[in-house]
Ligand binder design. Sequence first.
Ligand code: AMP
Length: 436
Amino acid sequence: MSFQSLGLSEALLKAISKKGYTTPSPIQAKAIPPVLQGHDVLASAQTGTGKTAGFTLPLLHLLSENPKEKYRPIRALILTPTRELAAQVYANVKEYSEFLNLRSAVIFGGVNQKPQAATIRQGIDILVATPGRLLDLESQGLLSLKRVEIFVLDEADRMLDMGFLRDIERVMKLMPDKRQNLMFSATFSKDIRKLANGILKRPIQVEATPENTTVDAITQKIYRVAKAKKTDLVIKLITEGNWKQVLVFTRTKHGANKLVQKMMKANIKAAAIHGNKSQGARTKALAGFKSGSVSVLVATDIAARGLDIPLLPHVINFEIPNISEDYVHRIGRTGRAGANGEAISLVSADETSFLRDIEKLIGMKLPVTIMEGFEPDPNASTVPIKPGQNRRQQPRNSKPKGGGNKSKGNTSSNAGGRNRNRNKSRNRSNDRRSNS
Ligand code: AMP
């Protein structure tokens, strides 16, 4: 299978070869032909599979085939859940369209809207956007979606997690009924299928990896460890392994900051990336991570979505997620483009039920290691950290002491939008706002 055989134009083949791609990834081989044929497509693909090119290349091909108008209306809309993903997708759109006469722009919240509005006013063919800023500019009359021919909903599962359902529905009403729709999601819950039914017409379904399973190239390892010893263990693993590019996930923004401080003290070059950081700080941290001046990027789930870091060798879950699908997303950051990766999870007693849920979802038991000097605390409670945010009210193997429901406030970076009521979009979380 080659890119030529997929029927992409010369201008696109030139851009692809400039990027250094030789063969289409499985999701590209499966998604590109039906998109070129004009079908709606429902694709199951996690980050790292090459999904962005999977929808961008045929989209560019289709737009460049049709004659453009002097006044350029927005003809393609790519909706993404986070700023980082929007910026990443836009960077790809720019690269792949280098030899085409197509204009594109990206808009997201957290930065001044004026330059974004000015670019759109000049006329663009492709708009990459997060929902909040898109609706904002539209309501001010600064953009119109009335001429959209192709609509891409990227990382649809994350959109729902972040409480964007109502926004997506509003966006749909602003576009013409007759259009091509492409929807990408790493996981396929009932809610996602419902959303797909509302958006897609007779879609062709394509899959890059089996649903809810983790990529084979990733070695997964669990360290059972006492909660109080996690920081020392993670520092030991990174230092002794001499790891130079590690993505570490924490549950909270505060936890991310604290861990970065401890790592810096241990002479590890670390930076945090989460919703409370300014766009400038996030961009700087990511650039440092990519260039190698930062070895460890500590991130919360939402901030990490869409980060494009090819061939990431190590992912560490400082805390494992209470939403099992997030585990699949997180470890999807490694083992990219066929390279081997290692995903390590530090699991304390209070995360036992989360681990069981993850193993159930991915359909396998994960190998457990105990490091000498970092043994789990045999007396620690197995009551989950934030019972109120967990799917189940009572963990299976817990012995709640005094109710176990005393978690204070909402320190989670993912707060309201991360509960399981994915389609109750009125529960907008802080991160939903800060990411759009
Ligand atoms: P994505 O899943 O779209 O985030 O892409 C993951 C990574 O794979 C990015 O760094 C892309 O540049 C890279 N990539 C996409 N398509 C290919 C391909 N056909 N061959 C090699 N690398 C690719």
